[in-house]
Write a protein that binds this ligand. Structure first.
Ligand SMILES: [Zn+2]
Length: 242
């Protein structure tokens, strides 16, 4: 069984390498998805600003029209000032001139306020557009990076799987299945060394009898009684892990 365990340990090493490549790939996919989601939200924010801007522009056009009318009214009053004949007319014209002046001031103030609001909204839109452009570039970069690496990863995984198949051929299907089951349940690690009589999967001491069996080289696979991983002792005294 010592050889079987050794092969299982090698299979596990290859499996961990394959998993790490797959995780890296998945991680990059997730980053693209996250960036894409953010981009969609930014674009929605941008689109939401547009009706306000359109409404403001329409209001500005109305006030501009009103302002033009008021200016005409003021010009008419100006012209009439040379035509007034008596006090009554002068009084009426003065009143009308004052009213027209007030209306002009009101229109101008209103137009100023609307233009200020339009500028503020336009600034918001511009800022949002800059964000959208930045995020779009980020998504493109991430996609390109992924594409650049994908071929290498795929080739690496194919190589590793071939290597694994070669190793797996030396182990009985039953044991391989057991290995797979433990691996699936135990976070990818089914085979662990014993150091200082402790399982390095769960770090709990194993019974002395099991340790003696392991050292001797048992005919059966020896499992950790606590985490049920397959145990092995390293042939060389391993360096102390900190
Ligand atoms: Zn254990």
């Amino acid at each position: 069984m010592q050889n079987t365990v050794k092969v299982l340990e090698q299979i596990q090493r290859v499996d961990l390498e394959i998993t790490s490549v797959e995780e890296e790939e998945k991680g990059r996919f997730r980053r693209i998805e996250d960036a894409n989601e953010l981009l969609i939200r930014l674009e929605e924010d941008k689109v939401r600003l547009l009706p306000d801007i359109d409404a403001l522009k329409a209001q500005i056009r109305d006030v501009e029209a009103k302002l033009a009318e008021t200016k005409e009214r003021a010009a008419r009053n100006e012209k009439r000032s040379s035509e007034v004949k008596n006090d009554k007319e002068i009084k009426a014209l003065t009143k009308e001139t004052n009213e027209a002046r007030k209306a002009l001031k009101h229109n101008e103030d209103e137009l100023g306020a609307l233009n200020a609001r339009l500028n503020a909204e336009a600034d918001k839109l511009k800022a949002k557009e800059t964000e959208v452009a930045g995020k779009t570039a980020e998504v493109e970069d991430l996609k390109k990076e992924l594409l650049d690496k994908k071929a290498d990863w795929d080739a690496l995984v194919i190589d590793k799987k071939k290597l694994r198949d070669g190793l797996a051929a030396a182990v009985s299907p039953d044991i391989l299945k057991k290995y797979e089951t433990i691996r699936a349940k135990r976070g990818g690690r089914a085979v662990v060394p014993v150091r200082k009589e402790a399982c390095q999967g769960c770090f709990i001491h194993i019974p002395p009898q099991a340790y003696i069996e392991l050292k001797k080289g048992s005919a059966e696979l020896i499992m950790c009684p606590h985490c049920h991983r397959i145990l092995y002792v390293e042939s060389e005294a391993p360096p102390e892990t900190v």
